[in-house]
Design a protein around this ligand. Structure first.
Ligand code: GAP
Length: 403
């Protein structure tokens, strides 16, 4: 078994262009991280998979992309201005909301960077109902940045000050919250399966009364076995009608929902599955990082699922100095690139080195063009995990490497 340490993950992430310390040439800025070419591709794939699973392939979820800076009254109503705080060593409470100001200096008004994407969803509940007339239960989903002035950012991207969330507020009849809670509980596990986080590395933790957020009547934390211990990956909360009721009161807007059959008006209750993008990525690195021996040499590789791997396949000419091989490899590369996103061309160093480089960034397949290709239009297709190679027709490659 590979000894997966944070040092190994952090170093690979930087070396291979996944994640860098934020503003590094200035000595960094604690709790911020910059995403390089491959990290961004991985992150986009995770977000796309989530959006596809929970929005595009369902009929009951609507998307929103709300402003990060909201009217501060929204955060007063939601209880964040008074209650979103962590205790300092002195015992005093410290608000973890980032403050900013809106408008010219003299009349500038205090505003906040949102500490959760949920806020932008609740303030658009009425807009969504008025535009789409959904029937209960239905949800509103948002992916976006959230900001928390964490007292002690730590463990790489696990606890950052700027991070991303993928959240759904799922509105239900008050009497039906338990059924929806169970559905989302299972959906969290299925998402983990799809993205490549093994079920036996995720553990449910029923959060006790005194530890729950101020808005929640029931919370399950999905904890993952990170290299630094078992810690929260995602959360699932029953927020009752806490938010809609607070926003209705503070804004004066009517946020009730009218039952289409009985005409009765009421405030729906809310089930909230909340996924952290950055923690998903860290769990993926911890799950995928593998060291083994192949052909008598030790190697490091990332066992990413095909659907999230930042590069789907790499195409090589066997020899760089044979123009006919390079031309053919370029041709195969162009064809594949038009069919499958994220294909790389590599002719640097020898074949063994190219394999190692692709293994280290988690590319599931390598395609080599050799002299036989020029005769029969077949190539070798090498599998990342086993290192095994087989001959495959060029016309069949796109199907074989697609996620
Ligand atoms: N809307 C509910 C909410 O924000 P939370 O448990 O505070 O609940 C939800 O956050 C998820 O956001 C967490 O499970 C985690 O994945 C992610 N998250 C929270 N704080 C984070 C931080 N400082 N850095 C990275 N991810 C964070």
């Amino acid at each position: 078994m590979t000894d997966v340490t944070m040092e190994k993950i952090v170093s690979l992430c930087k070396r291979r262009g996944f994640i860098y310390p934020g503003s590094e040439i200035y000595g960094g800025l604690s709790g911020t991280w910059d995403w390089g070419h491959l990290g961004l591709a991985l992150k986009n794939n995770v977000k796309r998979l989530w959006w596809h699973t929970f929005v595009e392939s369902r009929e009951d979820i609507y998307g929103i992309d709300a402003a990060i800076i909201m009217n501060p009254k929204a955060w007063e109503a939601s209880g964040h201005v008074s209650g979103f705080a962590d205790p300092l060593a002195s015992g005093k409470l410290f608000s973890t909301m980032f403050k900013t100001s809106v408008g010219a200096a003299e009349e500038a008004a205090v505003a906040y960077l949102r500490p959760e994407t949920a806020g932008g969803i609740f303030v658009n509940f009425k807009n969504t109902v008025d535009s789409f007339h959904p029937t209960l239960p239905f949800g509103i989903a948002q992916i976006g940045k959230a900001f928390r002035n964490e007292i002690a950012p730590r463990d790489f991207i696990f606890r950052a000050r700027e991070f991303e969330q993928m959240e759904i507020e799922y509105f239900v009849r008050p009497s039906e919250w338990e059924k929806s809670f169970e559905m989302w509980r299972e959906n969290v596990h299925s998402f983990n399966d799809a993205v490549g986080i093994a079920r036996d590395s995720v553990h449910e933790f029923e959060v006790p009364d005194f530890e729950r957020a101020h808005y929640s009547k029931r919370t399950i934390d999905f904890e993952f076995d990170f290299p630094f211990g078992r810690k929260e990956l995602f959360g699932l909360a029953y927020r009752t009608d806490f938010d809609l009721s607070a926003h209705a009161k503070a804004s004066g807007a009517d946020l009730t929902y009218q039952d289409e059959k009985t005409g009765e008006r009421f405030l729906p209750h809310v089930i909230e599955p909340s996924f952290g993008v950055d923690r998903t990525i860290l769990a993926l690195f911890a799950s995928a990082y593998t060291e083994d021996e192949l052909g008598g040499e030790t190697r490091t590789y990332l066992k990413f699922n095909k659907n999230v791997a930042p590069v789907k396949a790499a195409v090589f000419p066997l020899l760089k100095n044979k123009p006919e091989l390079v031309a053919k490899a370029r041709e195969v590369y162009s064809i594949l690139k038009s069919l499958v996103p994220s294909i790389q061309f590599d002719d640097n160093g020898n074949i063994g080195k190219r394999y190692r480089r692709q293994d280290e960034i988690g590319t599931p397949a390598c395609i080599t063009i050799d002299f036989q290709t020029l005769e029969d239009d077949t190539v070798t297709l090498r599998d990342r995990d086993t290192g095994e190679q087989e001959r495959v027709r060029i016309t069949e490659i796109a199907d074989r490497i697609s996620a």
